[in-house]
Write a protein that binds this ligand. Sequence first.
Ligand code: 8YV
Length: 321
Amino acid sequence: MSRAQKTILVTQQLPSSVENRLSKNYVAILNHGDALTQEQILIQAHKADGLLVTVTDTVDSAFIGALPKRVKIIANFGVGYEHIDVEAAGRAGIVVTNTPGVLTEATADLALLLLLGAARRAGEGHVMMRAHAWRGWTPTAMVGHDVSGKRLGIVGLGRIGLAVARRARAFNMEIHYHNRHRRALEDEAGAHYHGTLESLLAVSDFLSLHAALTPQTRGLLNARTLALLPQGAVLVNTARGDLVDDEALVDALKNGRVAAAGLDVFSNEPHIHPSYARLDNAFLLPHLGSATTDTRNAMGFCALDNLDAFFAGEEPPHRVA
Ligand code: 8YV
């Protein structure tokens, strides 16, 4: 069967250039409405040879078990794939792919935006201006925290962590990191390695999370570990909300143990912990890490490259199961 006869079911609207390329090469079942539920996907899946899914789709073992045999590949639009049970997919003989690399720079930019925004109280200032509540400049109003000369702890020095480190050096920050394995010297570029998370936390005036969400990293930052940060540290999360125990972070933001947090990702998106929206020192964005036109196009094309290779009988470039 040629590629043009293969059918791909897409669960969310994609950039038009991506949908156009998909529709040229495949029978594309597109969705320009709300995100599909598992039941809605399953109703249409019997027509599909592949699924193109996003972070909002829960692809768990029950769902995979209910997929018709015809579905042979699940191409994820995104690098993180904790929402897909890759072991269940493997058992079912379904290939899973992701889109690494193409969103590294955009996500690292956003981490710096959060780091600076949280440190310099940009969110509070913006809200004040929008409310016409600014009473004028004073020497003591809305003072924040310097970034220059501070220590930045990076949890997970992978592609995005490295790109954050490169940017932070330009802001004169000292880079520390914790990884399961120490990076090669040329990757470290002077960054200080910590063999344990605890050791990294103790020196992190700023902490930026770049670890994948796994059973081991879920709740990595909790009451115990947050208490190891220097008093008044700033936390940045562009990775996954479930790396952080929300209750513990809310407490730490309330009592000043953590001076500010810049958060782009949350547990149970889009239903964020209600306290975040009430905390002046929480600088919040709605999961914008990869949200630029070029990057979202590149993510879509990367997902299509994976599908093309698979249906050409080749190994997809970014196979994770
Ligand atoms: C994506 C992300 O927008 O790629 C990831 O893992 O978190 C985001 O940048 C999202 O996953 C789209 O599915």
